[in-house]
Structure formats: structure tokens, C-alpha cells
Write a new protein. Structure first.
Length: 335
């Protein structure tokens, strides 16, 4: 998939679990081990949002998006008093703090910046750390208890073979359309944060490897060979996590989400609630709570009353989620 949205850590783990063969059986511990040992990296990439990426991909992905994201953030950086000198000092201070394989928490890196004469107060710290991530200096380290840490990219994700920009654009386009197609060039530009012209160039480079179909005047691209799903698979239900790629990866979502239901899923501020998907369509939202030991309570909020078959399919999806957490499911339907 290239990258998976990850601003909500629990949601990101379930997003991976849903997509792994045997993922529910592997459960949370397997994914947490991958994050701890650096098999998977959590850092800022597309759209300056948290993403999970493979270490081998980080070195060629970041140069595609960094300059454009920095330009978008320039006004905010001026408001925060962050100039080129501030960023230079911050990069040097972060490199010193993480040298020798150290893994530091956000608070510890804030203290290191303060000692170097760079104020981390307010929103400045988030931008200083994000700048360092997007410039390939730092990324996620091994968790320390329940606290996230940062480490040096050179120690967690050593650079692979270099790629030219056209090669990297083609690689990113291939990953996107093979994992998220059918999708349009505009969808790819939105997800990747590339300029539209570069998104089109990446698509054109791999168009011969993809299949295309025109619907409603728009051209949709996907993998050339896609396994045909059974009727049972097409009718299945899923409990998707917040910010899932099934929704967040597209500029337009009306193929799977009715316009009258958009506000129920996206109340504003960039939030995308956990979604109930049935037969490929978003039919409601859900939320979890862990108040009872050994159980997960799953509160379901379908947009319309569910018939018996729909309720059974959604209950099966809830059981898969509970199995992923190694907990017993407790479903709560609306009255």
C-alpha cells in the first residue's frame, strides 16, 4: 500500500490487521513488535500527516513531497517565528540528542531543543519535529512503555538504492493504484500531496501496467489483474477504523458514501469516524470502549435500521475486531 494513515495509533493497528492475511490471528502484539523493532516506521509523509511506511520506502518517498509541504506550511512557520536558522539549529540539536542509537520521547526532545536555544513552546514543537521527519532526520523509535519515542532515520531506516524523481513518482503511482484502485489522477494527487502535474506524470509512467475505465466522464485506474470476489465476499461487512484508507485515500468518496451521510462520518476538522461498511458501502459508524475487563464494547450506529442479514454480517465483523484484540465482543445496537 505504500503508506497507511496513522494519526490514531489504535486505528492504524486495526487498519493493518484488516489487510493482513491471518491478521486477526496475528493480533495487536505482532503489529506492535513490528513498530518496536522498526520493521514498520510511523512518521509524517503524505499531506504532513502520520503514516505507517516500510523503512525501505521512506528514503525515496520523502523527497517527493517535502518541498511542497514546506511551501504550504511557510505562512504558519512565519506565524510561529520559525525561520531557516531555527530549523538548522533544531536539526543539529535533534541529531545530537538521538546520536548513538538513543530513542527519546517528545518531551525529552523538547528539552534538548530548549537547551540548544530553540523554543519548543506551543505549536512550535510539533512543527520542529515534523520538519525533522519530513527532511529524513527522525522517525518513530521503539515505544517506552506507553510513550512513543523518536530515533534517527539513518539507524532505523537506512537509505536504500537511490531513485530518480521520475522513478519514485512511478513507484508511488503503482503502489497507489494497485492497492486503492479504481481511483482517479485527482485522487492520487490528493492522497500523495503531489502537484497535479507530477501526479499525472507518475500515473502516465505506469498506465501501461494498469486497467482503465471511464465512468461519468472520469477515468478510473486500477490493477490490471484483480481477483473476482464471490457474492459472499462482496456482501461482507467490515468495521473500519477511523481515518481508514478506504475513505481517506480519495478526494471524492461518493462511490461508497452517500452525500446525505457525509456529515455523519466527517463532522469537520479532518476527522473521519470509524465506519461500518456493508456490501462495499458505508452504512453507519461505530465506536469502542474497554471498560469491562476481558471484553470490548462495540456501540453500533447504523444510518438506517438493519435487517436480520445485515445485523448478522455486522456482528461477524465485530467478532473479528474483538478477536484481533483478543477480547470478547459486547455489541450495543441502537434502541
Amino acid at each position: 500500500m505504500g503508506a497507511v494513515q496513522a494519526q490514531d495509533p489504535a486505528a492504524a493497528r486495526w487498519a493493518i490487521g484488516l489487510r493482513l492475511r491471518g491478521g486477526v490471528k496475528a493480533g495487536v502484539p505482532a503489529i506492535e513488535r513490528a513498530l518496536a523493532d522498526g520493521t514498520v516506521i510511523r512518521t509524517h509523509v503524505m499531506r504532513w500527516t502520520w503514516q505507517l511506511v516500510a523503512p525501505a520506502d521512506l528514503g525515496w518517498m520523502l523527497p517527493l513531497v517535502t518541498a511542497r509541504l514546506m511551501a504550504r506550511a511557510a505562512r504558519r512557520h512565519r506565524e510561529l517565528g520559525l525561520d531557516a536558522a531555527s530549523f538548522r539549529r533544531s536539526l543539529a540539536a535533534l541529531a545530537r540528542a538521538l546520536a548513538g542509537g538513543a530513542h527519546r520521547t517528545r518531551a525529552e526532545l523538547g528539552a534538548a531543543l530548549r537547551r540548544a536555544g530553540v523554543s519548543p513552546e506551543g505549536a512550535r514543537l510539533s512543527h520542529l519535529l515534523g520538519h525533522a521527519e519530513l527532511h529524513g532526520l527522525i522517525c518513530s523509535g521503539a515505544p517506552r512503555g506507553k510513550q512513543a519515542t523518536y530515533a534517527l532515520v539513518d539507524e532505523r531506516a537506512p537509505r536504500g538504492a537511490p531513485r530518480t524523481r521520475p522513478e519514485a513518482l512511478a513507484a508511488l503511482a503503482r503502489r497507489y493504484f494497485e492497492s486503492r484502485g479504481p481511483a482517479t489522477a485527482a485522487d492520487f494527487a490528493w492522497w500523495s500531496s503531489l502537484a497535479p502535474a507530477e501526479a499525472r506524470a507518475g500515473l502516465e509512467a505506469v498506465a501501461g501496467e494498469l486497467a482503465a475505465q471511464t465512468v461519468g466522464g472520469a477515468v478510473y485506474w486500477c490493477a490490471a489483474h484483480v481477483a473476482r470476489l464471490s457474492d459472499a465476499a462482496l456482501a461482507a461487512a467490515y468495521l473500519l477504523p477511523a481515518f481508514d484508507e478506504y475513505l481517506v485515500a480519495y478526494r471524492a468518496r461518493d462511490a461508497v458514501l452517500a452525500p446525505e451521510d457525509v456529515r455523519r462520518l466527517n463532522a469537520g476538522g479532518g476527522l473521519l469516524a470509524p465506519a461500518i461498511v456493508l456490501g462495499g458501502r458505508v452504512v453507519g459508524t461505530w465506536r469502542r470502549s474497554l471498560e469491562r475487563r476481558g471484553a470490548v464494547t462495540i456501540a453500533l450506529a447504523p444510518f438506517a435500521p438493519a435487517d436480520r442479514r445485515a445485523r448478522e454480517a455486522i456482528a461477524e465483523a465485530a467478532e473479528r475486531y474483538a478477536a484481533f484484540l483478543a477480547l470478547e465482543p459486547r455489541l450495543v445496537w441502537p434502541r
